[in-house]
Design a protein around this ligand. Structure first.
Ligand code: URA
Length: 235
């Protein structure tokens, strides 16, 4: 691939900056300065450095964010703070977008990626990818409520898919596992049994748990195993 494409895709520099850096001898391929920005390199086989820093090429990037309150799951917005603003300067240039949405005041695990095909697969209702939410409710959840939440309540004129609910001892909080992602689904499911969500946090997505060492508002790249696990949904 062209070296300027590689560097701009990795969020290192713009194509114009690449041209300048190449002219100044600041880009090397296997230790040899390149003079032009349009030369081709095989990023799997060659070592590219930019101002002495080795550039690691990855076709796709996957980020785990521990979303705080007050941010919307969007890439840009004229009024609201977006989850993209929580990433680093380089990561903001990688074309990442949130894989699904968490409401502005929902906390926890949000995956961001630039792999559109995988994101589509993970969100497609056909594939029943699981999401686990920890919630606190305003009132006790009765055994009857639990059965209704698990077997399906009416939202948007259809029954929600079977869910699994594990209640904490206080019967006012617990973990709800869903395999679909309707708008405000957890909040509306609780409303359907005459209750109200007062705290909501996603703790797992597609079998990947939220890394509890990640502080609220912080992010990290997925590990190689987590990436492999997510990409297995494409097979
Ligand atoms: N369900 C909700 O109600 N809100 C979210 O953010 C996610 C699931």
């Amino acid at each position: 691939m062209r070296i300027d494409k590689l560097l701009s895709e990795m969020g290192i520099c713009s194509r114009t900056e690449c041209k300048k850096a190449a002219k100044a001898g600041k880009i090397c391929v296997d230790g040899i300065p390149v003079k032009a920005a349009d030369i081709h390199v095989d990023p799997e086989k060659s070592t590219v450095t930019y101002f002495g820093e080795t550039v690691k090429y990855k076709k796709f990037t996957y980020i785990m964010l521990n979303k705080p309150e007050g941010y919307i799951s969007a890439t840009d917005d004229p009024r609201e703070k977006t989850v993209l603003e929580l990433l680093g300067e380089r990561e903001q240039k990688l074309g990442l977008f949130p894989c699904g949405r968490l409401d502005k005041n929902t906390l926890g695990l949000l995956i961001l990626t630039n792999n559109g095909e995988l994101c589509h697969r993970l969100l497609s209702p056909k594939h029943h990818v699981s999401k686990v939410y920890y919630f606190k409710a305003e009132r006790h959840i009765t055994e009857d409520d639990r059965k209704r939440l698990e077997s399906g309540v009416m939202l948007d004129n259809e029954l929600t898919k079977p869910a699994s609910l594990s209640l904490c001892d206080d019967k006012m909080s617990g973990h709800l596992t869903l395999t679909e992602g309707k708008f405000h689904q957890v909040m509306r499911m609780l409303e359907a049994v005459c209750n109200k969500v007062i705290y909501l946090e996603r703790v797992e997505f597609a079998g990947i748990p939220l890394d509890t060492s990640l502080e609220r508002g912080k992010w990290r790249e997925l590990t190689a195993d987590e990436e492999k696990h997510l990409e297995s949904f494409l097979k």
